[in-house]
Design a protein around this ligand. Structure first.
Ligand code: DC
Length: 243
């Protein structure tokens, strides 16, 4: 559990590889629960865009941290996902483009960049009432999250989902190859590699519809909410026992 004064709900961590449907699941859950939805990948993407715009080498860790320190990255909740602003400009669409996707994958391998991101993400989620989605939320950002879901799917399915989301026509083989390369980078980086937390519930959505995934996640969250209210109720009745 994440303890913070004025806590107003659970911390729900959703991790998993690219294209598994995390963003859709996270935004639907957040809307249902009236929680804040934070798409952490967008923060890496925004920094990658800033590097591209400023001609900063995405392999230069210190230059990236300097860039991050001088940047204002904000996420605003939308019905589906987040509106992303970089230094007050709306970059929500731009950060989904191919060059930024590739750069974000490289930006995210640097330990010092991750440290900066993780600190920001902890600030954003510290009060609870949040669905935070990414790669390392349950393992590094909120290791004590109330609910941890690891959403997975076979690469072929994730490649297709990405492909259908992306209006730019591309041969599926190329999409798949890129996805595999990014998976490899995510899973093998030295700091916070993509891995399910020991206490995460893994949902393999390969043969599931979106509605089925959402239902399963709601079950997991419902069980946890009941446990939390039970624990609170017994603590309160315990508090009243004197002597
Ligand atoms: O989820 P996404 O595709 O928008 O993420 C963009 C990149 O950022 C991706 O290469 C993985 C990385 N990322 C990360 O390393 N840790 C996170 N918590 C979120 C994203």
């Amino acid at each position: 559990m994440v303890d913070a004064p004025g806590r107003r709900g659970l911390v729900i961590a959703i991790d998993g590889p690219a294209g598994a449907g995390k963003s859709t699941l996270a935004s639907r859950l957040a809307r249902k629960l009236n929680y804040l939805n934070i798409e952490t990948g967008a923060m890496y993407r925004a920094l990658a865009l800033k590097a591209i715009e400023n001609d900063v080498d995405v392999d230069d860790q210190n230059a990236l941290v300097d860039l991050a320190l001088g940047s204002k990255i904000t996420l605003e909740p939308l019905i589906d996902g987040n509106r992303v602003k970089l230094d007050n400009a709306d970059v929500s669409t731009r950060i989904r483009e191919k060059d930024v996707t590739e750069a974000a994958s490289r930006v995210s391998v640097h330990p010092k960049v991750r440290e900066w991101m993780v600190n920001k993400q902890r600030e954003l989620g510290s009060k609870g009432g949040v669905v935070m989605e990414g790669r390392d939320i349950g393992t590094a950002v909120f290791p004590n999250a109330d609910v941890k879901i690891f959403l997975d799917a076979a690469p072929e399915v994730r490649g297709n989902r990405r492909f259908y989301q992306n209006p730019v026509a591309e041969p599926s083989e190329a999409v798949l190859a890129e996805l595999r390369a990014r998976d490899e980078r995510d899973r093998t980086r030295s700091v916070s590699p993509l891995v399910a937390a020991n206490d995460a519930v893994v949902i393999d959505s390969t043969h599931m519809t979106l509605d089925e995934v959402i239902q399963r996640a709601e079950q997991i969250v419902g069980t946890k909410s009941r446990e939390e209210s039970g624990a609170r109720a017994s603590k309160e009745s315990g508090d009243r026992v004197i002597g």
